[in-house]
Design a protein around this ligand. Sequence first.
Ligand SMILES: NC(=O)C1=CN([C@@H]2O[C@H](COP(=O)(O)OP(=O)(O)OC[C@H]3O[C@@H](n4cnc5c(N)ncnc54)[C@H](OP(=O)(O)O)[C@@H]3O)[C@@H](O)[C@H]2O)[C@@H](O)CC1
Ligand SMILES: Nc1ncnc2c1ncn2[C@@H]1O[C@H](COP(=O)(O)OP(=O)(O)O)[C@@H](O)[C@H]1O
Length: 471
Amino acid sequence: MDGQDAVRLAGARVWIDGIVGTGVRGPLEGALADAVRALAALKRSAGPAVVAVDVPSGLTDARGEVPGPLLPAEVTVTMGAHKEALVLPPAAGYAGRIERVDLGLGPADAERTPPVALHTAASAAAHYPAPTSEDHKYTRGVVGVVAGSDTYPGAGVLAVRGALASGAGMVRLNSTRRVEDLVLAAEPGVVTAGGRIQAGLIGPGLDEARRAEALELAEFCLEAGLPLVIDAWVLDLVPGLVDRTRPAALTITPHYGEAARLLTALGSPTTRARVGDAPLSAAQSLHELTGATVVLKGAATIVYGAARTTPADGGAPGRARACGPEQGDGPERGHDPGGARNREGSGEPREDTHDPGGARGPEAPSSPGEPRGRDSARAIVAPLGCGWASVAGSGDVLAGLVAGTHAGARARRERDGADVHDPVAEAAAAVWVHGEAARLAARARHAPGQPIQARQIADAIPPVIGGILGA
Ligand SMILES: NC(=O)C1=CN([C@@H]2O[C@H](COP(=O)(O)OP(=O)(O)OC[C@H]3O[C@@H](n4cnc5c(N)ncnc54)[C@H](OP(=O)(O)O)[C@@H]3O)[C@@H](O)[C@H]2O)[C@@H](O)CC1
Ligand SMILES: Nc1ncnc2c1ncn2[C@@H]1O[C@H](COP(=O)(O)OP(=O)(O)O)[C@@H](O)[C@H]1O
């Protein structure tokens, strides 16, 4: 590109970038790299809008990494299927708004580009069915939550609100008196007594003083084969839990900083910057090292894991002993989220509070690295989120929503005796709903939008779910 080209280009308000497509692999090199670098610099100073054809030039990597110079676009018009580089972070951040042009190659094109699927409203709707006349709170799912502390009381409120907003039938909370009072003032339907649960959540806003309660719920869930979501600081429990249990039902929800810490603790040292450069690889490594479904949070959130195709619970389908009878059981059975405090007066742990190994059957995977009865791993990514979602407590709402979504799915499996468990699809649905809720709250669907708080994301979840069910 000579000086005259530069002057001509600088005068144009829109550039159409069709320089390099998806056929190239690895970083652009030589004269091509120099030209793309020069154009990117000129774009920064002259400010044209760039419309890329298929992919922005330089986004060549199928794992969403950014290998070298590239020309960022405001709009990318892509043909047929979505390309990984357009949906996976960090590359997705350079593609702008995506316009897909159907080439008539079939409906699957819209959603799938193996091995990465893009989550959509249609795929989320299946995970939030409207209750029928047969349903009651236990068939809609009960979430046991250990969240919030006197250090971070607000996170407990937000996690509970996320779980409730999922459509779960009930949330049982174990927290400090202050957090419980705050939660009950906002949500009087929350229960602080022990009892039957169908999924657990530990992490949001916990401090060291709450470690024992978090560990107790984690062990209860993993031993009973109940879905367990681990978030935030208590992700540091994961290496110990993976060693001692088989985490078939474990979902972890780290942000990049937490992912780097956890990978390092698992013997794969890395940094937050390296996770940010290659988040798909980080999510894959976390899954391979733990067996868990990994929700790696960022501007575009990657969900990585495997579906179970054999009974998650072993034994009689539809019933987990640790959860007590099918219905009508009260606080005398199941998990006791109040721990020792709620047992005051009895002197002993209750008979059904822990059920070591009882509900986990022979179908449990033999090791985290070599799960039996599971499909091969896959990634699902939600479209690039609305930036207003990056506000304190947003991830706490998401953790609650993921746990509520797992609890609902688990309750339906118990009711129907179903044996297919797809925690990746469940978690991806929750991520999609959370992203849409942020967009709705911020009024950012067709406009830049406006600042929001995490509680507004929680408030917007029910209308998003209602919207996808009514569509
Ligand atoms: N209202 C309440 O009660 C709230 C309570 N909360 C509770 O606070 C606790 C601490 O959680 P926390 O995430 O703030 O701190 P922590 O994990 O130590 O991060 C340290 C370093 O990690 C990085 N990093 C952070 N976020 C990142 C991201 N999204 N994406 C990428 N990187 C990110 C960043 O590193 P840097 O970029 O500076 O290198 C940062 O300096 C936790 O229990 C939580 O539940 C919060 O939810 C807020 C609302
Ligand atoms: N730039 C962004 N655009 C869209 N969503 C974002 C962006 N940055 C973060 N998020 C989302 O915001 C949430 C932040 O969660 P987290 O880091 O756990 O925060 P907190 O601990 O304060 O709740 C995640 O759901 C993440 O996907």
